[in-house]
Design a protein around this ligand. Structure first.
Ligand SMILES: Nc1ncnc2c1ncn2[C@@H]1O[C@H](COP(=O)(O)OP(=O)(O)OP(=O)(O)O)[C@@H](O)[C@H]1O
Ligand SMILES: [Mg+2]
Length: 408
């Protein structure tokens, strides 16, 4: 199973230079299956999750389109104010071989006033090696460079078996182009991994729309096709569907049943049966929190789960008792033996954080230069002892115990 070990980000808005998890080859502590980011308003939490969205958008739509998404507003607004160099990302991940993690590095800069990929590399240890430095199997500068083919190249020297690459379009990533070619299975695997990331930008209004009838496999980012995915689960995975209903009906008081139902004009209605009422309600009448819980439940009962999910402030609109329950649900999903999904969340809720351990939480704060500093709670002096002594992490946060800077 693929897993994100760590990320280094430079010059991406307030994230002028941050490192989270394992950011040295096969050294350091990897990100846990559930990682949560807290911190004051404007500290860079959403920016961190959006960094993953940005990389995925670069892959799917090209660098320029990724920069110009309405929420990002173009390259000049994305690069850390005052910074001169490229926006840089370095992702450490494991595609099922922990001794040989893979490192993907991407630099985006302006070339002749247009955003373009200026550096892109993929590195990994050679087959059979459990020690030593990683070797390049993709190395491109401004679209020019080399790629080493195969899944398990045991080359003696880097130059062997290399193929020249010359990408004419500086807007496209090398992994987009080469990830279509069967002679580059590792690149295909990485491309597929990034394509499967799910960043939730759930909008209750979008979930109230009436989509056309038809089962759909994947939930979109805003949750506008939640009914279609529910229909898919109902048809293809009846067991999962009943499990999902059971979870929801226990979480939301009065809710008895949800049924996807086609209307006469070919729209998909979601019928909500509630205690005390003869007639059902449809999605337009349902509350924000109910729709949000439905979307999360659909996401978490995915029969073929995503390897990575990012969720912003999942507590918004949820009843406080549900928040801790949701945190526990996300944690058990992230650590499930059969189908683990790595989950990254941002939150303002101490109730959410109460369900987590110091190894699962990071504090993001701005330093006097306006740049984000990121500290893992487990590295803040005394916090672990207090938690071990029985104090919940959320209460420690609320009582300013997470404000101290790590001495490491
Ligand atoms: N180009 C940039 N360079 C430096 N800092 C930037 C840049 N663009 C935005 N910022 C800073 O990033 C902040 C927004 O960060 P972000 O939205 O990630 O905060 P957040 O932690 O999610 O806050 P909230 O809790 O309010 O959602 C802005 O308020 C601004 O201070
Ligand atoms: Mg935010």
């Amino acid at each position: 199973m693929s897993r994100l070990l760590g990320i280094r980000i430079k010059n991406y808005r307030a994230l002028a230079n941050v490192k989270i998890g394992q950011v040295q080859y096969a050294r350091g502590e990897p990100l846990p299956p559930l990682a949560c980011f807290i911190g004051p308003n404007g500290s860079g939490k959403s920016t961190l999750l959006d960094a993953f969205g940005f990389i995925a958008d670069c892959l799917l739509e090209g660098v320029e389109a990724a920069c110009d998404k309405p929420l990002r507003g173009g390259f000049d607004r994305l690069r850390t104010q005052g910074a001169k160099g490229p926006i840089e990302f370095e992702i450490f991940f494991d595609l099922g071989d922990p001794a040989r993690p893979i490192v993907y590095e991407l630099h985006v800069d302006k070339v002749k006033s247009v955003p373009a990929v200026t550096l892109e590399t993929l590195r990994q240890r050679r087959v059979g090696e459990t020690r030593g430095k990683p070797y390049y199997f993709l190395k491109l500068r401004k679209g020019q460079g080399k790629v080493w083919a195969g899944a398990a190249v045991a080359v003696k020297r880097e130059s062997k078996d290399a193929e020249r690459v010359n990408l004419a379009d500086g807007n496209r990533l090398g992994i987009t182009t080469l990830g279509n070619l069967s002679q580059h299975p590792r690149i295909v695997q990485f491309r597929t991994y990034v394509e499967q990331w799910y960043l939730s930008y759930f909008v209750p209004e979008a979930a109230r729309a009436l989509p056309a009838v038809g089962a759909q496999r994947y939930l979109d980012r805003q949750g506008s096709n939640v009914g279609n995915v529910l229909q898919y689960i109902q048809r293809q995975h009846a067991d999962q569907f009943s499990k999902l209903l059971k979870q929801l009906t226990t979480s939301i008081p009065g809710l008895k049943k949800i049924t996807p139902e086609p209307s006469k004009d070919g729209r998909l209605l979601l019928k909500f049966d509630e205690a005390g009422y003869v007639d059902p309600f449809y999605q337009q009448s349902m509350s924000d929190g109910t729709l949000k819980m439905l979307a999360y439940s659909v996401l978490l009962t995915d029969p073929e789960p995503r390897p990575f999910i990012g969720i912003e402030e999942p507590e918004n609109g949820l009843y406080i008792k549900l928040v801790e329950h949701l945190a526990a649900q996300l944690r058990s999903h992230a650590t499930s033996k059969s189908n683990p999904t790595q989950v990254l969340v941002t939150t303002h809720s101490p109730y959410f954080v109460d369900a987590l351990s110091p190894e699962q939480v990071w504090v993001i704060k701005k330093n006097p230069r306006g740049h984000a500093d990121v500290v893992r709670v487990a590295d803040i002096p005394k916090v672990k002892e207090l938690v071990d002594g029985g104090l919940p992490l959320g209460s420690l946060w609320y009582s300013n115990h997470l404000d101290e800077r790590s001495t490491q």
